[in-house]
Design a protein around this ligand. Structure first.
Ligand SMILES: Cc1cc2nc3c(=O)[nH]c(=O)nc-3n(C[C@H](O)[C@H](O)[C@H](O)COP(=O)(O)OP(=O)(O)OC[C@H]3O[C@@H](n4cnc5c(N)ncnc54)[C@H](O)[C@@H]3O)c2cc1C
Length: 494
């Protein structure tokens, strides 16, 4: 072992398998030390809620155990409240440990990229290099250009180019974990997990949302088990099951991908193994699921190519002129799952109680907020971020801007989902609604998605329960749809 050291800086890549920064740090004979910066003030600014912070904490604990087996100490640094404090702190650590290289996996969000630029300068002054690696995507952002040399703005041609590249250059392999280092790592000041839990636990208690450790165990073992059971039992039926919120038809891997407890290359490898190695053709369920991994890449590509979306701006600049309504009461009803429209309310209650919402319902609830209520997508984006265990800037922003018709590839503004028909189509019989809205448990199937049509004669679980649920929707669906279409038409013609 040499005198020098290498630092691996963990961020949204909390795993030892297939981790390019960790592997690069472990190349050679230098001692390897790992660091993670917990930045509670920054997290709050980024709208991380209790679900996400708790999940990060569990994932870090699992990571520390894995690293321990590799004889790599993990320093969880709780001294930097926000990103601005990291460069100086990192430079200090680099000097103390005589580090020559700091390895980290690239993050594409605006503040994260600025933090890394500041760290690179501070580290250079301290005699170390910041080495950034591409990790988060299957095809790194920036790698695909249109025939004319521009950026892709629409998913379908992006996916064609994405598939072509993987077919031509090969699917990137998912690497194993590095071999254990020699046991003698020398003294490092590693604060105990209890100290870290005290700091983060305090701030998480005051954050919005619910932390459900029972539903979302942290770490890569949990992620690997989830991927294995999904690709063994469910991926082949994904194309038909994925739109049904009442059934367990999707992988629920999003929190693990968001914190990097599993690599997306590993997910792709498992999907390909279930489809005889085919990226195209073969099983429709697998191909549809690979398409979702491509969507994830696409939104990171958009964030990289069009950083305005990371600065709170619409992808389509003209949609900044939409006259969004200020309606705190309606917004509060949407947040609380009390709009009177069962499928919307069931989705919002699922989010509040579990930190996760089914994709179909994310689209339906987002469209209801931005079209029927005509409330600015940024309010919904923020609320989701504060409550999601899988909160991920690029995917959340992409999903919101898609639903609001302000984004890339966005749904045309005149195509407004009718939430009642969406409920009838994707939750026939209302099993999902009944699960989340106890007040409606005994409403007959034919009224379950529009109980107001059944009038007061509906059988209920008791007058108190029935009256606890809004008797009418908070908005007339037909009139509010027309209002939204008009608001968008005005900015195009006016
Ligand atoms: C308004 C809105 C907000 C969203 N916010 C987030 C968010 O904060 N974090 C997040 O990870 N996803 C977000 N999504 C995308 C999607 O809803 C979730 O990724 C998905 O529901 C997670 O469930 P799953 O892991 O079972 O997905 P699966 O269906 O099993 O898909 C596998 C993986 O592909 C990725 N993926 C799937 N669908 C999408 C998509 N539409 N866009 C980008 N990636 C996708 C996810 O990483 C997911 O884990 C949002 C979608 C909408 C419409």
């Amino acid at each position: 072992m040499s005198d020098g050291a290498r630092l691996v800086w963990f961020r949204s890549d909390l795993r030892v398998h297939d981790n390019p920064a960790l592997l690069a740090a472990c190349r050679g004979r230098d001692r390897v030390v790992a660091v993670y910066h917990a930045c509670p003030v920054q997290w709050r600014r980024h709208d991380w809620g209790a679900a996400k912070v708790g999940f990060v904490q569990r994932s870090l604990r699992a990571l520390a155990e894995r690293l321990d087996r590799l004889h790599i100490p993990l320093v969880v640094d709780t001294t930097c409240d926000d990103f601005a404090a990291i460069p100086a702190r990192l430079a200090e650590r680099v000097r103390a440990l005589r580090v020559t290289e700091v390895h980290a996996n690239r993050e594409y969000e605006v503040n994260e990229a600025a933090r890394d630029a500041a760290c690179a300068a501070a580290l250079e002054a301290a005699g170390a290099a910041l080495c950034l690696h591409d990790d988060q995507c299957i095809v790194p952002p920036g790698a695909l250009r249109t025939g004319a040399g521009g950026w892709y703005r629409v998913f379908t041609p992006f996916r064609r180019a994405w598939t072509r590249r993987l077919a031509e250059e090969g699917v990137p392999a998912a690497a194993a974990a590095p071999a254990p280092r020699p046991a003698d790592t020398g003294p490092v000041d590693v604060p105990s997990m209890a100290a870290w839990s005290a700091v983060v636990g305090r701030s998480a208690a005051a954050l919005p949302g619910a932390d459900r450790a029972d539903l979302w165990p942290g770490g890569e073992a949990a992620a690997t088990a989830r991927l294995a059971s999904f690709t063994k039992d469910r991926v082949c039926a994904y194309d038909t099951a994925r739109d049904r919120p009442a059934i367990d038809g999707t992988s629920a891997l999003s929190p693990y991908l968001a914190v990097g407890a599993i690599s997306v290359r590993r997910c792709l490898a498992a999907a390909l193994a279930a489809n005889a190695g085919r990226l195209e053709g073969g099983n429709a369920g697998v191909i549809t699921w690979i398409g979702e991994l491509a969507w994830r890449d696409f939104y990171r590509h958009i964030l990289h190519a069009f950083p305005r979306v990371g600065r709170n701006r619409a992808f389509q600049p003209e949609t900044e002129r939409v006259a969004w309504r200020d309606d705190p009461e309606a917004f509060a009803a949407w947040c609380a799952g009390r709009t009177g429209i069962p499928i919307i309310d069931a989705g919002m209650r699922q989010l509040g109680a579990t930190g996760w919402m089914h994709n179909r319902l994310r689209m339906v609830t987002a469209m209801f907020l931005t079209k029927n209520l005509l409330i600015d997508w940024r309010a919904g984006e923020r609320f989701f971020m504060q409550h999601l265990v899988d909160g991920d800037f690029a995917s959340n922003n992409g999903g919101w801007q898609w639903s609001a018709s302000t984004g890339t590839d966005a749904v045309p503004y005149f195509r407004v989902f009718n939430p009642v028909s969406q409920g009838e189509k994707f939750d026939p019989g209302g099993a999902f609604v009944r699960r989340w809205i106890a007040e409606l448990a005994e409403v007959p199937d034919r009224f379950i998605h529009a109980p107001w049509r059944g009038g007061t004669a509906l059988p209920t679980r008791g007058a108190a329960d029935r009256s606890a649920y809004p008797v009418e929707p908070i908005v007339d669906l037909r009139a509010s749809r027309a209002r939204a279409i008009e608001a968008f038409r005005t900015i195009r013609t006016g």
